[in-house]
Each structure stands twice: as C-alpha cells, then as structure tokens.
Design a protein around this ligand. Structure first.
Ligand SMILES: Cc1cc2nc3c(=O)[nH]c(=O)nc-3n(C[C@H](O)[C@H](O)[C@H](O)COP(=O)(O)O)c2cc1C
Ligand code: SF4
Length: 426
C-alpha cells in the first residue's frame, strides 16, 4: 500500500494493513486486534446491534442497505441455526478492494464476522470467496485456524456461551454467484441461481433459516465501530454516508490501487490527487463508477462526491466502489459494448428480459457502432433498457443496462453519429 495521503485518505478498515502480518494472529492482537470482540462479548447482542445501527454503517457490496437493520432483523427471529455469510465473491469488473482486505488484514474480517454473528445470534458462518483468490482463501483459512486455536472461534468462544463456526467456500467463476440468493443456493450445493424476493435472506436464507449476508468491507468495519463507538464512525463521512469508502481505482491512471477515502470525497480528488491523473496528461473521456454495472460519467461531473445522497440526486448508483478511468483514446461505444458482452456471458439465462434483452442491446449497439442505426433505434434501445430494469428477475439484469443509459444521457452525440452513417467501421 502506498503511504497515506492525509489530505484525502482516512484509514479505518485499512488502518492496520501496512503494519500487520497477515499470517499471524499475534501480530493482529499486538495492534489491538480482538479487543472489539472482547468488548462485544461483555455486552448484550442487542446493544451491539444498536451500536452498529447508530453508526449508520451501510452495505459496501452495492445496495447500500443498513447493516444494523439486517443484524436486528435476524437477532429478533427465533430460529436455529441462524447464519452469517460473508460475500467475498467480488466478481464485479474493476473491483479488487475485498481481495486487498483479505490479503492484508484477514483477522479484522474474521473478528467482524464473529461480532456480527454474536449480534445476530448466528452460530454458523460462511466466507464465500471468489475462486481465483487463492491467496485470500489461504490467508482466511489460516486466520480461522489460528482463531480456533485461541478459542476466539468455535465452541464457547472465550469461555462464554456463544459458539460460532466458520467454513470457507470457493466460487467457481460465476459473477451471478455474488448475488445474495445465487450465493446462498451455491452454498447449499445447488447451481447459483437467484430466488424470488421477498422473503429476503434475513427471514429465509441458507437452508431457509434467517441469514445475514454482508460484504467483506462492510464486515471489516464492525470491529472499529464496536471498539471506538458509533460516534467516532459518524464523525467521518457525510450525514447520509458515514465512515469511509474503499475505492478500487483502475484504468488510465498513473497510480491505480486501493484507496480508503471518507465519504464525501470528490471523484476528481480520487483520480488526480490519489491516482496521479492520466498518463501523458491525456484527457479523460469518461469515468465508470462501481464497475461494469455502474454509470459512466463525463469529465464535467468529476466534482461529484462519493455520497449515497449526492449520487441519488443525480439518479446514479455508487455500486461497490470501483472508479475506472477511460482516457480520450477510447471510444465510448466500444466500452459500452465490452460491458454488455460481459453481461451476456454472465447472465444465468433464467429470465427472458435479461437473457434476450442483453443480446438485443448488443445488436443495436453494433448498429450504432457501424453507422447503420436508424433514428428509431435510439428510442428502441432506451425502451429495451427500461424494460430490462423493470422486469429482470435479479440485480444482474436490472443493472446491466446502466452503462448504456448513462452514456445515452451524457454522450448522446456518440449515438447520433451512428445513425444513417454507414461510412464508419465497426
Ligand atoms: C449480479 C450481482 C453480483 C453481486 N456481486 C457481489 C459481490 O461480488 N460481492 C458483494 O458483496 N455483493 C455482491 N452483490 C450484492 C449482494 O447481492 C448483496 O447485496 C451484498 O452481498 C450484501 O452485502 P452488503 O449489505 O454488505 O452490501 C451482487 C449483486 C448482484 C445482483
Ligand atoms: S436477471 Fe439475468 S442473471 Fe438474473 S435471473 Fe434473470 S437471467 Fe439470470
């Protein structure tokens, strides 16, 4: 990790990443690790839930739902067993922050899971790790082993009545398995396919039992909140978006990498002050936020702040924190087609709007690219996107058209150029 740029970074979840030995629980403990767990175990589970609720922690996996509310829903249900699942599938192109956390501070994630399980009353847990993340899986397995040996995991943790077991599972390369129900199906040994919602996993998740499913970054924030109190957490960020956001910065920047910034940081500061700007001082054509399922914004929106409310005001979603910079050498339609090809490959095929809609969008995009589009095709393309958003069965199909719609909104001329203009080449 690069040295902290104190002007723009604020380290909570990455605070120990430079200092801790990821292969040693003792190293983690020497830096204050597992003190939050000790404190949590001295409180009632409902008090821990309240602390997390008061911190305003929202899920960092994309949807931004309150983590405290999820824990509370499961805590209130009388069922056995209850589950806590860590979503470490990280299949969204452009995202690599969860991998970073697991490879640099695996015990922080594990401690967050144990505290979360205590708060929710869960006794079984899973970490579902992207198949390609060999090193992360090895380190998480080692962390589980060390924590069990130290009675911080397993039966009667630290001599209390609370028991929690964690298993580690690997994905097999399907992006859809990051979707919470597809992931749950996969844990149950079935093909990863989304289920109808509601009921949500908090009511009926793994083996139809109440389940909290949360992202790696989300869970990694829990030890800090419990140890330092919710006020310390809300002191960072903005009223609508408390704490920090891990940004996976990639594309045409001088210093790509994982950066932790307070919510409220401008995208411009992420790209230029942290990322060093574009190599050879080329101009930015667009920045895609959140990954392949996120919006593409033009350079004149770079002052947009990483903040749920501000994004919502613009009708945009922040997704899981990827910032992908595309410079002037690239063609907008090529980038959008690349995104859609990814979704075509990853669509599970269960529902017609997504399975067929993506193919039709690709067909239309090709017409805009080679100049054979008709004026009516632009209307058709937008209608198709809206139908997909409204009728697709799961988040994959609902988010897949985001890049198309955002580029029609901000880069309309690129599409207009492709109407009745057959002299262009695809
Ligand atoms: C197609 C698809 C892929 C997803 N992939 C991931 C993923 O890799 N990691 C993740 O945390 N959330 C992913 N999500 C979001 C999860 O469904 C879920 O909202 C999230 O794990 C909840 O955790 P959070 O509350 O901490 O954000 C994905 C959603 C969809 C629709
Ligand atoms: S939206 Fe796509 S990924 Fe989701 S269920 Fe339908 S076909 Fe499968």
């Amino acid at each position: 990790m690069l040295p902290e740029n104190k002007m723009f970074e604020h380290r909570i979840v990455t605070a120990k990443c430079n200092a801790v030995d990821a292969r040693s629980i003792e190293s983690y403990k020497a830096l204050g690790g597992y003190q939050a767990l000790r404190r949590a175990l001295q409180s009632q589970p409902a008090d821990v839930v309240n602390q997390i609720k008061r911190s305003g922690l929202k899920g960092r996996g994309g949807a931004g739902f309150s983590t405290g509310l999820k824990l509370e829903s499961v805590n209130r249900l009388d069922a056995c067993p209850k589950y806590l699942v860590c979503n470490a599938d990280e299949g969204e192109p452009g995202n690599f922050k969860d991998r970073y956390l697991m490879e640099h501070d695996p015990h922080q994630l594990l401690e967050g899971m144990i505290i979360g399980a205590y708060a929710a009353g869960a006794t079984r847990g899973y970490i579902y790790i992207r198949g390609e993340y060999d090193q992360a899986r090895d380190l998480m397995e080692l962390a589980v082993k060390e924590a069990k040996a130290g009675h911080l995991l397993g039966n009667q943790i630290s001599g209390t009545d609370f028991s929690f077991e964690v298993d580690i599972l690997s994905g097999a390369g399907a992006y859809i398995c990051g979707e919470e129900f597809a992931l749950i199906e996969s844990i149950e040994g079935k093909a990863g396919r989304p289920r109808n919602k509601p009921p949500y996993p908090t009511l009926s998740g793994v083996n139809n039992k109440p389940t909290v499913i949360s992202n790696v970054e989300t869970i990694s924030n829990i030890p800090y909140i419990v140890l330092n109190g919710p006020d310390a957490f809300t002191a960072v960020g903005t009223p609508s978006s408390t704490g920090t956001r891990l940004v996976s910065l990639s594309g045409n920047v001088k210093k790509p990498g994982v950066y932790e910034v307070p919510f409220g940081t401008r995208i411009r500061d992420i790209v230029f002050s942290l990322g060093g700007g574009v190599p050879d001082e080329r101009a930015i054509r667009m920045v895609q936020i959140g990954g392949a399922s996120g919006p593409c914004i033009p350079p004149n929106l770079l002052d947009l702040k990483m903040d749920y409310a501000e994004f919502a005001c613009q009708g945009l979603s922040m997704g899981s924190g990827a910032v992908i910079v595309i410079d002037e050498r690239f063609d907008i339609l090529d980038i959008v087609r690349l995104n859609m090809r990814f979704f075509k490959h990853e669509s599970c095929g269960k529902c017609t709007p997504c399975r067929e809609g993506i193919r039709q969008i690709l067909r239309l995009l090709f017409k805009f690219k080679n100049g054979s589009a008709l004026e009516s095709d632009l209307e058709l393309l937008q209608t198709l996107c809206h139908v997909m958003i409204r009728t697709s069965f799961c988040g994959l199909g609902q988010a897949a058209p985001t890049a198309v719609l955002s580029t029609i909104r901000y880069f309309r001329d690129e599409y207009i150029k492709g109407i009745n203009n057959l002299n262009l080449t695809a």
